[in-house]
Design a protein around this ligand. Structure first.
Ligand code: SF4
Ligand code: SF4
Length: 277
C-alpha cells in the first residue's frame, strides 16, 4: 500500500476498535484485529471470476462505476480485511456438534454490523483525504445470484477478494484458510488510489488445505452435522437446507435471534486458527 494510505487505514481501524470497546454495550470484542491484503483492481483473477462464476459477478471497475463516473481502472486498488473470531467465540462453537452456539449466532449478527460500519467509516474517511472509495457488498445493487457452475453465488464475494489479495486459499469445506485460520468474516473496499499490492504466496487456490496438499485431515467432513462436506467438496444445497430448516428454527426458539448461522466446520479443525500447511 502507499505508506500514507496504509497508516491512515490502520489508524482508522485502531480508532474504531477502541471506540467500540469503550462503548459499555459492546464491552466484549467481537473480532480480533484484522489482517489486511491488497490487490490491483484490474488483476486478471477478477475478470476470470466473471467468466467462471457468471456474468453477474462484478469486476472492481464495474462495482466502482456503480457509484462514480469517469473511473480510472488502472488506479483502482482493492483492500481486503479478514476479521478473526475471538478464542472465546471459537471455543463456544467447537463444543457444539449439532447446533450453533449462542455466542457464535449472536456474533454473526453483531459482527456483520461491526464490519459494515467499519467499511462505511473507511470509505467516508478516505473521501476526506480526496480518495474515492466504496464497499461493493454495501452497494444497493449487491445481491445473491444463481451460478450455472456453482449454484448459489453473489455479485461480489469477500472470500474470493481475500484470495486475490494474498490472504489465503480455499479449503475442502469452501472456507478461506488464512494465516489466522478459517474462523473469520471478511470485508472489502475498493479505492481509486495506487497501492503496494500483496504477494500471493500460493500457486493453487487450495494450497493451504491439508486434504488437497497432503491427502490427509478431512476433519471438516466429521464436523458437519448436515453431511454437506465430502471428499468431493462442499454441497451448498445441503448446507443451506440444514441452516434454514434445522438451525434457523433452533436459533429463533432457543436464542430469540433472527439467524441461521452455523460455522461448525470452521472450528475444532486443524485450519481453525492457522494455515495448517
Ligand atoms: S479441516 Fe482439514 S480438510 Fe477441512 S478445510 Fe481444514 S485443512 Fe482442509
Ligand atoms: S456451515 Fe454448517 S452445514 Fe454448512 S458445511 Fe459447514 S458445518 Fe456443514
Amino acid at each position: 500500500m502507499s505508506e500514507v494510505c496504509k497508516d491512515f487505514i490502520r489508524k482508522s481501524i485502531d480508532e474504531y476498535y477502541r471506540a467500540v470497546l469503550s462503548d459499555m454495550s459492546n464491552s466484549e470484542r467481537i473480532y480480533d484485529y484484522p489482517i489486511i491484503g491488497c490487490s490491483k483492481g484490474n488483476d486478471k483473477l477478477y475478470k476470470f471470476f466473471k467468466e467462471d462464476i457468471g456474468e453477474f459477478y462484478w469486476t472492481p471497475f464495474e462495482a466502482f462505476s456503480l457509484e462514480f463516473d469517469n473511473v480510472d481502472e488502472e488506479k483502482l486498488s482493492v483492500l481486503s480485511f479478514v476479521f478473526p473470531q475471538t478464542s472465546k467465540t471459537k471455543i463456544a462453537n467447537s463444543k457444539e456438534t449439532s447446533y450453533t452456539s449462542k455466542l457464535w449466532a449472536t456474533n454473526r449478527l453483531r459482527g456483520q454490523e461491526f464490519i459494515n460500519s467499519l467499511m462505511r467509516k473507511l470509505v467516508s474517511e478516505l473521501k476526506t483525504i480526496g480518495i474515492r472509495a466504496m464497499s461493493p457488498t454495501l452497494n444497493d445493487n449487491w445481491r445473491n445470484h444463481k451460478s450455472d457452475k456453482y449454484g448459489y453465488a453473489s455479485s461480489w464475494s469477500e472470500r474470493h477478494t481475500a484470495y486475490v489479495s494474498g490472504l489465503g486459499t480455499f479449503g475442502l469445506c469452501d472456507g478461506l484458510i488464512t494465516a489466522v485460520g478459517k474462523a473469520h468474516r471478511c470485508g472489502s473496499i475498493i479505492l481509486e488510489h495506487e497501492m503496494e499490492y500483496s504477494i500471493r504466496d500460493y500457486d493453487s487456490h487450495v494450497e493451504y488445505c491439508l486434504f488437497y496438499a497432503k491427502g490427509s485431515c478431512q476433519a471438516c467432513i466429521n464436523r458437519c452435522p448436515a453431511g454437506a462436506i465430502s471428499e468431493k467438496g462442499h454441497d451448498k444445497l445441503k448446507c443451506r437446507a440444514y441452516q434454514r430448516e434445522v438451525l434457523r428454527p433452533h436459533i429463533e426458539k432457543e436464542y430469540n435471534l433472527d439467524s441461521s448461522s452455523c460455522g461448525l466446520c470452521q472450528v475444532g479443525v486443524p485450519c481453525e486458527s492457522k494455515n495448517p500447511v
